[in-house]
Design a binder for this molecule. Structure first.
Ligand code: DAO
Ligand code: DAO
Ligand code: DAO
Length: 205
């Protein structure tokens, strides 16, 4: 059960355990259409969670429901997004021509729409201040690994190839980032379903 999982289209490989306690719940692909003309694969991702946090925080509430009943349950999904559960999204870049300028604009679009969804308007300034720190000299070549981690106390910690690039305490931001992968309109629907089923199964053990 300790074998890595390989994303078949891109060959990106995901360890089944990250650190000491985060378990891989599912993998998927982030695509982007360019001018409606073609779809490019930007990165493969894996979503990891601490099963002990999930047991501790949610077992009592959902004791009556089976894993298949929990899958697709809106309340359960909301609880996963908003509770103080340690989770990490690991991105492995597959697109070879990623510029910081396109990361900045994709980020403002995807994360920006979620900040608005969960926090209302008024975060544009903050978001812009944040993305303007993405320095043009950062390089994210194919194969780069980015970790987006929600740590205890709703702290989002970001690293690129093992180097920490920032850490910010914001429940809104943590929820917004996770929503991209396991929210109502996820980047990869099949991945979201796999992830949800695994998260639900942690309550049954
Ligand atoms: O070259 O204009 C282009 C297309 C690039 C699309 C890039 C999408 C970036 C997605 C965010 C990546 C975050 C690491
Ligand atoms: O909680 O006060 C708040 C709003 C926080 C919005 C911050 C946006 C910054 C984006 C950081 C992205 C880190 C990967
Ligand atoms: O796929 O649209 C998306 C958003 C993914 C979040 C990526 C965060 C990357 C932050 C690091 C950038 C450093 C230059």
């Amino acid at each position: 059960n300790s074998h890595p999982v390989v994303e078949s289209k891109t060959g990106a490989s995901f360890p089944s355990i990250l650190g000491d306690s985060l378990k891989l719940c599912g993998i998927g692909l982030r695509k982007k259409s360019i001018l409606g003309l073609k779809n490019i694969d930007v990165y493969a991702f894996g979503v990891y969670a601490d099963d002990n946090d999930i047991k501790k925080l949610l077992t009592e509430k959902y004791a009556e429901l089976s894993a298949s009943q929990l899958k697709g349950n809106k309340e359960f999904n909301k609880d996963i997004l908003e509770h103080d559960i340690s989770m990490t999204v690991r991105l492995q870049i597959v697109y070879s021509k990623l510029s910081i300028r396109s990361v900045r604009s994709a980020f403002e679009e995807s994360v920006g729409s979620r900040l608005q969804k969960f926090g209302g308007s008024g975060n544009e300034e903050l978001l812009h201040r944040f993305t303007s720190q993405f320095k043009d000299e950062y390089k994210i070549p194919r194969g780069s690994v980015i970790l987006l981690s929600r740590e205890r106390g709703h702290v989002l910690r970001t690293s690129i190839d093992g180097k920490e690039v920032g850490s910010i305490q914001s429940k809104l931001l943590c929820t917004s980032i996770l929503d991209l992968y396991i929210g109502e309109e996820p980047f990869d629907k099949q991945a979201k379903e796999d992830i949800e089923l695994n998260l639900a199964s942690y309550l049954q053990k």
